[in-house]
Design a protein around this ligand. Sequence first.
Ligand SMILES: [Zn+2]
Ligand SMILES: [Zn+2]
Length: 343
Amino acid sequence: MIRPDLLLHPTPKGLYCPPGDFYIDPVRGAVDRAVVTHGHADHARAGHGAVLATPETLAIMEARYGEEFTTSRQPVEYGETVEINGVTVWMSPAGHVLGSAQVVVEWKGLRMVCTGDYKRRRDPTCRQFEPVPGTHVFISEATFGLPVFRHPDTDGEIRKLLDSVAMFPERTHLVGVYALGKAQRVIKLLREAGYNETLYIHGALEKLCKLYEDHGVALGPLETATLDTKERGAQERFRGKIVLGPPSSFHDKWGRRFPDPLPCFASGWMSVRQRAKQSGVELPLIISDHADWDELTDTVREVDPEELWITHGREDALVRWAELEGRKARPLRLVGYEDESID
Ligand SMILES: [Zn+2]
Ligand SMILES: [Zn+2]
């Protein structure tokens, strides 16, 4: 078997494939050819030459960056193979957000899989993670790569929100959610839990909610939460309602105008009590689009690669865990990603 380093290796611009001459999720500057795992800003940047990604990811990039985000888009469906300079590339679902994919790279009998961000829990807004059999080198994210991170049952967190809405009918529940993925997942989970009332969304969520609906993810009655200041008492109609917006929006003028707001935040980071407190969150909802510690370790055991490479988060604990299991593991220490991932 050839050395994996010859097929993929970390560079300052991102994970690079020398024989294929492409980068996976390059986040430092533009490159001639990029393969993109999913649409979050810490993976998908505008300005590359060719961009190979699932059709959903390309649609998300266009919605966020405009039509001109690349000179050449190359859509690949899950499971469809393409050749790039003799290297075979295909995508397997990652279960993270709509269109998210693990990138499978094959060359001279070596199969390497880069997960991008992933989770194993059910998500009614995207395809479930599919492990790739026969993986020699598994490159896993490790956003929540510490044994303290064990996300609770998601339905229970949604129940907490609905219980709070029932308990405080005079207050406006402001739910902080990232615009891509988390927003649509929380909305869909609320619908599944039987909440059929209109949900109010910040303008920043409109485009991506529509994009999800265009891709067959029905979100029920949504309305943009506009506050008309000229109309007296316009804010009153939000009492007892749920309003979703980007986490930052609730601290600005927009968020402060809702009557008796009850700030919530749906994120895996809400398991860190200190963070919820510091950000003024009254109702933390631990809903994550990343694998927690058990999901990470279970996935490594299931895929059972010859080598484990770890990136994008808390690498050291997972490396140590792997070594104790008798697995070959290495931290990639890729730069350019935010300290704390979008979740
Ligand atoms: Zn992501
Ligand atoms: Zn990420």
